[in-house]
Design a protein around this ligand. Structure first.
Ligand code: SF4
Ligand code: SF4
Length: 436
């Protein structure tokens, strides 16, 4: 308990910044649904202020209240005092897990699977092969599934199935020199893109090749560590960061690119935040974080992608959902829209509240499904009002939430990533699909 008290005191300076003004109430998606002070940043920060005392009597209760948060960063983005809410919440979860231990479920998923990239890949391949036994295509929307047998855990949920072939099995590695662009980029695929949305990885590689950017794709990569650190599991997080640093840091490249908003945010902001100055890999972490860039931002700012000057007569209407980790945490919102508008076969339509959280929040969706679904419902209504036939997002996690919620609503709106829309136009311009 002594060590715990020391760690909590370390958060004290940051907690003192919060003046309880309550501005975060207006933007917190969880508070909007529950109306509970304990669910908004101000309530949680007040709770942490008294954490040492409460820890003795009710550590599980404190952890539970801290977990009722999407880590969306909406509160941090609006906070006039610059309170680093996400850093406080993540560190507080680590402190509590350090004290209480990890639940057995999270141990199996995080330490038994995610922490071992090779074995994780094998297990996911088995699951992909076996999923048809347990899933059946959802009637409401092609491309999504629902459980074949009733399960209290899954109930009436829809979900996006695992890809039959993950991206790394189609493209095991790449190591090409910089072409006429003079740029060489490493590609961090990310778990969701590799295992559920390999088309996004294919579109990313096609786009980079089109712009003659040299690509480094290592044979193996691990998860960015975000699910582990969000669960307070520092041990798995450190293991994954070290694994990834080993795969990437020996190579020479100008940028490390990802098409996943959460991976970009994790590598750019969370990795440097969690490793102290005296860590043996701190220099490597800072260097990789500095080079890390979202694929939309890279293609627009470094290769000159621009909106198309013309538009097809039968252009398909498309809208865009801003992932919280891309817009609120990294300030990237124009570039994905430019990528979409670069394809003349689409006409862009802004939806209402495009940057309002979709409600997924990683494991929040599993733990607090009812709240997650309510938050997502508002997004689905906004998509419907836009009358777009396609909705895009720069985060595969948001794409999961949008796909499953649209499917449940019986909507035919298709979900894509902006780089997929852009790559479609490249294929057309080249008049020859470039296979991998
Ligand atoms: S907006 Fe910032 S200062 Fe105001 S209550 Fe929320 S966290 Fe505290
Ligand atoms: S991070 Fe998001 S969900 Fe969590 S308290 Fe802040 S606004 Fe609410």
């Amino acid at each position: 308990m002594h060590r715990l008290a020391i760690h909590i005191r370390e958060l004290g300076d940051q907690l003192a910044l919060c003046k309880r003004c309550g501005m975060c109430h207006a933007v917190c998606p969880v508070f909007a649904e529950t109306g509970r002070e304990a669910d908004v940043a101000r309530g949680k920060l007040a709770l942490l202020d008294g954490l040492v005392d409460e820890m003795f009597t009710n550590p599980g209760g404190v952890f539970e209240r801290l977990n009722r948060c999407l880590l969306c960063g909406s509160c941090a983005a609006i906070c006039p005092r610059g309170v680093n809410v996400l850093e406080i919440f993540i560190k507080a979860r680590i402190i509590l897990v350090d004290f209480m231990g990890l639940s057995w479920r999270k141990k199996i998923i995080l330490r038994g699977m995610l922490a071992r990239p090779g074995s994780f890949d094998r297990k996911i391949r088995w699951m992909a092969a076996a999923q048809k036994i347990f899933n059946k295509p959802a009637e409401e929307h092609s491309g999504t599934s629902c459980a074949r047998y009733f399960s209290p855990l899954l109930r009436s949920r829809h979900f996006v199935p695992l890809a039959s072939a993950p991206f790394h099995s189609i493209q095991s590695s790449l190591n090409s020199p910089a072409g006429s662009s003079g740029i060489r980029a490493a590609f961090f695929t990310g778990c969701l893109i590799d295992k559920i949305f390999p088309n996004i990885a294919r579109a990313t590689v096609d786009s980079l090749k089109y712009h003659e950017v040299g690509i480094f794709l290592p044979e193996s990569q691990g998860c960015c560590g975000m699910p582990a650190i969000a669960a307070g599991d520092m041990k798995t997080f450190i293991q994954l960061v070290r694994y990834n640093i080993e795969q990437f840091s020996e190579q020479d490249f100008d940028y490390l690119l990802t098409a996943c908003a959460t991976c970009t945010f994790a590598i750019k902001r969370i990795w440097p935040m969690m490793f102290p100055e005296d860590s043996d890999i701190k220099t490597k972490i800072d260097s990789i974080a500095e080079k890390t860039m979202d694929i939309n931002q890279f293609l627009v700012s470094k290769t000159g992608v621009k909106p198309s000057v013309s538009q097809s007569n039968d252009a398909v209407s498309v809208t865009y959902h801003d992932p919280c980790h891309l817009k609120k945490s990294l300030g990237i919102s124009d570039e994905p829209r430019i990528m979409i508008q670069a394809n003349p076969d689409y006409s862009f339509k802004e939806m209402l509240e495009p940057d309002r959280c979709c409600g997924l929040g990683g494991s929040f969706n599993l733990q607090y499904y009812e709240i997650s679904a309510k938050i997502g419902q508002r997004k689905i209504e906004n998509i419907k009002v836009s009358e777009a036939s396609v909705v895009t997002s720069g985060c595969p996690a948001c794409m999961l939430q949008l796909s499953t919620m649209l499917s449940q609503a019986g909507s035919g709106v298709v979900v894509k990533h902006p780089v997929e829309i852009y790559a479609e136009s490249i294929t057309k311009w080249c008049n020859k699909p470039e296979g991998l």
